[in-house]
Design a protein around this ligand. Structure first.
Ligand SMILES: [Zn+2]
Length: 307
């Protein structure tokens, strides 16, 4: 924490719906001032359209409110994730629902979309959502597959170009050392997810930035309901400080680049999180608060701790 004192972070990929208020508090204490929550897979198949509707509504509603109660500005991306594209009948219905949410305030992109098993159905709905992104003038947040990653990443980029998307409007996520070069060479944004214990750890991330520089690279936690670390961005910044990466490079990959990429949506106003947000935990959202019986709301915006 001493290494990153006074620094601000932007986590452009984190699933807060699956996280606790302790996580929000720890993130705020570590300097995370804003985040993007992509729409994703909840861990088990959904049985109907209504659960998609309620989920998207929570991303632009309750979850944004919950985040605000810890002084963190919450944005989201809206989309049908690749796994769920494989239930074609339901996916068709979801496609009709997406435009109702894509244009809402605080929606900074269509995401996370792309390939999982690289099936025909996944490709069909990936293409349909690229068209929606184009129409809505929104950036695209691409989830690249964990299996056959190299092939899936190349295919995702080729299809985006085929649909006439500007690579500067496309954020390719979950990169590793095998994919980063072609993503950057293609003019796309390269996002890296720091996974504890597996795949892309933050030691490797430091070396990627050392080798490729900070331009168009961003770091995220992708923390969700699985084993993950909501502090992956500040921890990676701290490691970069210790390993001698320049302060400006760290600022770019843990804050500024994500803002530049997603602000193309027209939905990000840096002034909203550049200064500490006023926190009043006695506020309500549709009559509901984050407080439980007997708890005292935090009103002191200077204090790091909930008393
Ligand atoms: Zn995700």
């Amino acid at each position: 924490m001493a290494h990153i004192k006074g620094m601000s972070f932007f986590d452009p990929h984190i699933h807060m719906t699956s996280r606790t208020t302790d996580d929000y508090q720890a993130m705020a204490d570590a300097g995370i001032v804003a985040l993007i929550e992509p729409a994703f897979w909840l861990g088990q198949p959904r049985t109907g359209l209504a659960t998609f509707k309620d989920y998207y509504a929570s991303l632009v509603g309750w979850e944004r409110f919950r985040s605000s109660q810890f002084g963190i500005k919450h944005y989201c991306t809206i989309g049908l994730n690749s796994r769920e594209a494989n239930n074609e009948a339901l996916a068709e219905e979801v496609m009709e629902l997406l435009p109702l949410f894509a244009y809402k305030e605080g929606v900074v992109g269509i995401g996370e979309i792309g390939f999982d098993d690289q099936t025909t159905a996944e490709e069909k709905f990936y293409r349909a959502q690229l068209e929606l992104a184009k129409e809505a003038h929104l950036p695209v947040q691409i989830h690249t597959p964990h299996r056959n990653k190299k092939e899936g990443t190349e295919r995702s980029m080729a299809i985006a170009l085929e649909h006439g998307l500007d690579p500067g409007m496309v954020i390719v996520d979950h990169n590793n050392e095998e994919t980063v070069k072609s993503v950057l060479d293609g003019g796309f944004w390269a996002a890296f997810t720091i996974y504890p214990f597996t795949k892309m750890g933050n030691e490797r991330m430091v070396e990627v930035v050392r080798q490729y520089g900070p331009e168009r690279i961003m770091v995220n936690s992708a923390a969700d309901w699985g084993i993950s670390d909501p502090l992956a961005v500040p921890k990676t910044a701290a490691l970069m400080v210790m390993r001698g990466i320049s302060p400006e490079a760290i600022r770019l990959v843990t804050y500024q680049n994500a803002i530049d990429a997603f602000a193309q949506s027209g939905q990000i106003n840096v002034a909203d999180f550049a200064t500490p947000m006023v926190i009043d935990q006695s506020e309500k959202f549709n009559g509901n608060t984050i407080l439980r019986g007997g708890q005292q709301p935090r009103r002191d915006q200077q204090s790091l701790f909930i008393k």
